[in-house]
Design a binder for this molecule. Structure first.
Ligand code: PMT
Length: 231
């Protein structure tokens, strides 16, 4: 089924994991990359939903598609699962927190000791959970999964590792060690790998142009995957 007939679920922004009523663990994602992808997909797909963590309200002004706001990684997982359809494309540009505090204090933690030790527990991996759902349910085998990899070194190897480990169709790796790529900025430098061995190295581009190239690759990948499923 081509992209124009599909629903695209895009995630963007950080997640936040509360420590107490006023403090949390999070990261520097702004949601710009995810939002640019949702915008690019909106020009080509049947339906878009943008699931985002806490982002600046100006990012969501006048968006012409549905948006769903969440806070934690577990909430993002639940929101993604509730949006899954057999024809969907999931593009995970969000930066979900990998760990959360073992327990959230119901009152503000007091500044008493010189050292404060936080115990964290691993969050579920959203992409791996969805890939497993796809593997176990043949009615969902046409779902198309796209991940990002935020790396600072050994970029290609880590990206290919995540493509395989998370059972993705496409992975977009950005070098987040650079000042003009990755978190917060309006530009990115992305290399796109597919499970069919394609490799496309994009130059420094605006996130808008990067997003449109990613959507082109998703469109091509969907056609390749469809061909491979034909008897
Ligand atoms: O939001 P911006 O400021 O525009 O920045 C964009 C970005 C740098 C956040 C974006 O381009 C990006 O790289 N997003 C992925 C960040 C990330 O979490 O990378 P990772 O290598 O840790 O994770 C690999 C993949 O697994 C990602 O698709 C991620 O969304 C997904 N993941 C991660 C953790 C988790 N618990 N579940 C997941 O599904």
């Amino acid at each position: 089924m081509p992209l124009r007939d599909r629903k695209v679920i895009v995630t963007g922004g950080p997640t936040v994991e509360p420590l107490d009523p006023v403090r949390f663990i999070s990261n520097r994602s702004t949601g710009k990359m995810g939002k640019a992808i949702a915008d690019a997909a909106h020009l080509k797909a049947r339906e878009i939903v943008f699931i985002h963590g806490p982002v600046h309200e100006s990012l969501l002004e006048n968006v012409p598609y549905r948006t769903v706001g969440i806070e934690s990684t577990v909430e993002m997982l639940d929101a993604v699962i509730s949006e899954l359809r057999p024809d969907c494309v999931l593009i995970m540009a969000a930066a979900p927190a990998d760990y959360r505090p073992v327990k959230k204090s119901s009152v503000k933690i007091k500044k008493s000791e010189e050292e404060l030790i936080l115990r964290l527990v691993k969050n579920p991996d959203i992409l791996m959970t969805v890939a497993e759902i796809r593997r176990k349910n043949s009615a969902l085998r046409n779902m198309f999964l796209v991940g990002f990899a935020a790396e600072t070194d050994n970029i290609e190897n880590y990206a290919l590792g995540k493509l395989a480990e998370k059972d993705l169709d496409v992975i977009c790796v950005n070098d987040v060690g650079r000042h003009d790529a990755g978190f917060g900025v309006d530009t990115n430098i992305v290399t796109i790998f597919s499970r069919w061995g394609d490799r496309l190295e994009l130059p420094l581009l605006s996130k808008k142009d990067t997003a449109s190239r990613i959507i082109d690759c998703v469109e091509e990948g969907i056609m390749k995957k469809t061909d491979k499923l034909l008897p």
